[in-house]
Every structure is written in C-alpha cells, then in structure tokens.
Design a protein around this ligand. Structure first.
Ligand code: LMR
Length: 333
C-alpha cells in the first residue's frame, strides 16, 4: 500500500517535471558553496535563490546550499567551481585575484565609495558588467553582484587613528589591494581563509582584522576583539558565479527560470544587506565585548589621507583607466 502511494507520488512528480520542462530526463542539482553563516546577507541570498529556483522550475532544479566553509574554504571553492565539483559560488570580490581577474580588486580600494548608492552606480553600470565579462575566459559566468557592507577595522588595542596600526598583524583576504592598504598603515598583512579567522584572533596568530559588521558578528569575532573603529574605509561584497559549461549546458527553459530566480534573489539580498549590518552592529554594541569608536571628522580625514595613495600605487594592477572610470561614475549624479 505504502509502496503504491510512493509510486503514485513519484509518477505525479515525474509528470509535473516533464510537463513543465519536457526536455528534462532528470532533476538538475546545483551545489552552492559559501564560507559565511546562513544568517548573513550572502547566506540569506543563497537560501532565497534556492527557494525561488526550486519553485520556478517545479522542482526540476534542486539547489543544495553549503554555508560556513562546510564544503570548501576560500581558495578551494574557486578550484572546485572550475573543476565542476560545485556549480555556484558567491566569493568576495577581493578573492578573484588568484583566478587571474585581479580587476575585481577595484572594489577593495579604500574610500573609493561613500555608501551603497555609490556602490550601485558601479555594479549596475558598465564597470560592473565589464568586470563580470572578464570571467568568461576563465570558464566562469558572472551572474550578479550581491551586497554585504562597509568594513570596520578591529584589533585588541585601540585603533582610533591610522598610527595605531603600526606593527599590528592584520588578517586580510587574498587581495593585493588589501595588502597594500595594510602596508600603508604600517601594519603586517596576513592572508588567512575566512574559516580560520576567529581562531587566529583568539590565539593571537593575528592581532586584528577588517570586516563588515555582519561577518564580524556571525563569526563571533567581537568576542575576541576588544576594539573596533567604524572607519567604513572599504567595501566587501560578492559576485555570484557559476561554472560556465554547466550553465550553458542547461535546458534554455530551465535557465530562463533560474535567471528569474537569480534576479529576484539579488534584489532580495541587496535589499537586506544594510539592515543586516546595522542589526549586527547593534548586537555587538549590546554584547559589550568590543568598544566601538566612531571617528571624528578630523580622524576620518587622517584615515583618508593615509589610505587614498593606495589608489595610485596599485593603479597598474587594476588599470588606471578602470579606476578613473569608477571614480567618474561615483562622482556623477
Ligand atoms: C572574508 O574572507 O573576510 C570574506 O570574504 C568572507 C565573505 O565571504 O564574506
């Protein structure tokens, strides 16, 4: 009896599948791997994409989301995507250098943007699209930009002005711009995978780091960082990318529904990013383990003065024209 019910259900599911997508013989699985907590802008965006993709394809596509570096750490996940072991990722824009598309490090330039409106001008315009197009040659297709937020600088000693970073070991993502930024502060940059940051801070392997509040809070870094300054000196966000051969090989009707799901998930992720970061900041302030410093106007000017030279210093890596184009876009009304 039970078996017959199951068979009937399976038959109905197969009928639904073939009715919606006649060319599909079986379900398509998308493994979406990422390194942050589910309760972050990226984590929530990934779950929204799963929900919509499965709904719009009537279950013909199943999306498996693996958060928190469960499957792969930073560098490995990019290799896994190229090998086809996973189909979808949303790495931070600071992590595309090892793929040979270091132009994405544009987004790491300190004080390039003053908030989400400036960011949107870059991601939604020609600069953003040009950058995604550079991925094609790497066997990767760029689908969308997902926001996180602007970074605070944290450490175990007060870091109110740039001089306070002298000699501190600071964890960074694998971006040469971020390396140059820490060197400009006379700090010692150290690249570490995201999954290792909490422990490195806890054990003193590094003294400090930089993060948007959502990442700092969900990884409990505020428990092992006594001080932080709300510098908002740089941006951290993502490009959602897929294995190109996989994507191009999908049934066009399925891909159309996935594009629709991605567009809506993107809108959703980008609409919650700021409030997620504001919430995380409020939670950390409430927790009271970190003292947050809001720079004065004067201090902010000092941070800018110290960090802006990184733009010219790193122009040859990213492209002076691209930097100029981004600056003009940001300055335009
Ligand atoms: C980091 O390594 O600090 C971030 O890229 C993690 C993330 O994906 O937000």
């Amino acid at each position: 009896m039970k078996r017959r019910t199951f068979a009937a259900l399976a038959g109905a599911a197969a009928f639904a599948l073939t009715a919606a997508f006649p060319a599909l013989a079986q379900t398509v699985t998308i493994k979406f791997s990422h390194v942050v907590a589910p309760d972050t802008p990226k984590g929530k965006g990934a779950l929204k994409f799963k929900e919509l993709a499965e709904q719009y394809t009537d279950g013909a596509v199943v999306v498996e989301v693996y958060p928190n570096s469960q499957l792969y750490k930073d560098k490995e996940e990019l290799e896994a995507l190229q090998l086809g072991a996973v189909q979808m990722l949303a790495p931070s824009l600071a992590k595309f250098g090892p793929l040979g598309v270091q132009q994405f490090e544009l987004f790491d330039l300190p004080y390039l943007m003053d908030g989400y409106d400036d960011l949107r001008k870059i991601t939604d315009g020609e600069v953003g699209q040009t950058l995604l197009g550079l991925l094609d040659d790497k066997g990767i297709k760029g689908l969308a930009y997902w926001d996180n937020g602007f970074k605070v600088m944290s450490a175990n000693s007060p870091i109110e002005t740039p001089d306070d970073l002298l000699g501190l070991k600071m964890r960074i993502q694998s971006s040469k711009i971020l390396e140059a930024q820490m060197l400009a502060l006379d700090a010692v940059p150290q690249v570490l995978p995201f999954s290792e940051v909490y422990q490195a801070l806890q054990t003193g392997v590094v003294d400090g780091t930089e993060n948007p509040p959502s990442n700092m809070f969900t990884q409990k870094m505020h428990e092992v960082q006594k001080h932080a300054t709300v510098t908002n000196h740089g941006y951290l966000g993502y490009a959602v990318i897929v294995n190109k051969a996989f994507w191009d090989g999908l049934d066009p009707a399925v891909r159309e529904q996935l594009d629709r799901a991605m567009a809506e998930a993107t809108e959703y992720a980008n609409s919650i990013a700021k409030e997620e970061n504001d919430w995380a900041m409020a939670e950390m302030v409430k927790a009271g383990t970190t003292t947050f410093h809001e720079p004065t106007e004067e201090e902010r000017a000092e941070w800018i003065e110290r960090l802006r030279p990184v733009h010219d210093e790193m122009a040859s890596r990213i492209g002076a024209d691209l930097i100029q184009q981004a600056r003009e876009v940001v300055a335009a009304d």
